[in-house]
Design a protein around this ligand. Structure first.
Ligand code: MN
Length: 261
């Protein structure tokens, strides 16, 4: 196989991995590479276009009761952020129960149900008053966490990347354009495991709302279209094991469900 046909094979495989979706712009790029790396995209409801993911930001301890259960004082802490790699995304179609692999290395694998805001516009030092203008849409997501590894690294004052930023650690439903749903300042957010309610809160209990998250985040990083923000989880995070089925809900979005395998 010569280099040219090797490249073409790789490109075909890479695009094929995107499950046959129409991907305007992906196939057309002209940069020569020795192999293909699939783009990370999220389906957009009501459109045949896909949302291209640039970065995944996550906010930590953004509901007071969850901050307390994680051992911190929510009244004194400014918001803090971490990232997951973009290919941590696991797209989950509404009405399906997607198989989600129990990851390696952990014995304490936790769910965290979260509202996800996706940006269509970027900027630096974005004022709070105009921050929501940067939102393209919203989705329901899970910030899956290897809690034992996260805590272990934290105890050693090391980065807790290994607890948060692993393969498929970011299951997510399709993106709903804000033009169709409006913004999500309040509404029920809950999570069940095998039919039993585990997390149950309201989006209006966030310590830092989505506008504040965008504004604060943009002080630290230049935000860009394609960035998405996991906005934090309410209290009562907990473990799952193989065979468990997680069902997540946010008022105004379709439910999201995965089975741990
Ligand atoms: Mn989280």
């Amino acid at each position: 196989m010569d280099r040219r046909s090797l490249f073409e094979t790789g490109a075909t495989l890479g695009l094929g991995a995107l499950a046959g979706c129409a991907l305007p712009g992906v196939a057309a790029h002209a940069v020569k590479t020795p192999f293909a790396v699939p783009a990370t995209v999220i389906p957009i409801v009501g459109s045949d276009a896909m949302f291209p993911v640039r970065r995944i930001y996550c906010i930590g301890r953004n509901y007071a009761a969850h901050a307390r259960e994680m051992g911190s004082d929510p009244t004194r802490e400014p918001p803090f952020f971490f990232q997951k790699p973009t290919d941590a995304i696991q797209n989950v179609a509404p009405g399906t129960v997607a198989d989600h692999p129990y990851p390696t290395l952990t014995k304490n694998y936790h769910y965290e149900v979260e509202l996800v805001a996706a940006l269509g516009k970027g900027g630096r030092s974005i004022p709070m008053a105009s921050a929501l203008d940067h939102v393209y849409g919203y989705a329901l997501g899970l910030d899956m966490t290897r809690r034992d590894l996260q805590r272990g690294m934290g105890d050693q004052k090391k980065p807790w990347e290994i607890g948060k930023s692993f393969d498929k650690s970011a299951p997510i439903g399709p993106l709903h354009p804000v033009s169709q749903t409006g913004h999500f300042g309040k509404g029920a957010i809950w999570l069940q495991v095998n039919g039993a309610v585990k997390q149950n809160a309201n989006l209006n209990q966030m310590i830092w709302n989505v506008a504040e998250q965008i504004s604060k985040l943009s002080e630290a990083f230049e935000l860009m279209p394609g960035d998405i923000i996991y906005s934090g989880t309410p209290e009562n995070v907990g473990p799952v094991v193989r065979g468990d089925v997680i069902l997540c809900h946010i008022d105004g979005l379709p439910d999201l469900s995965v089975k741990i395998v």
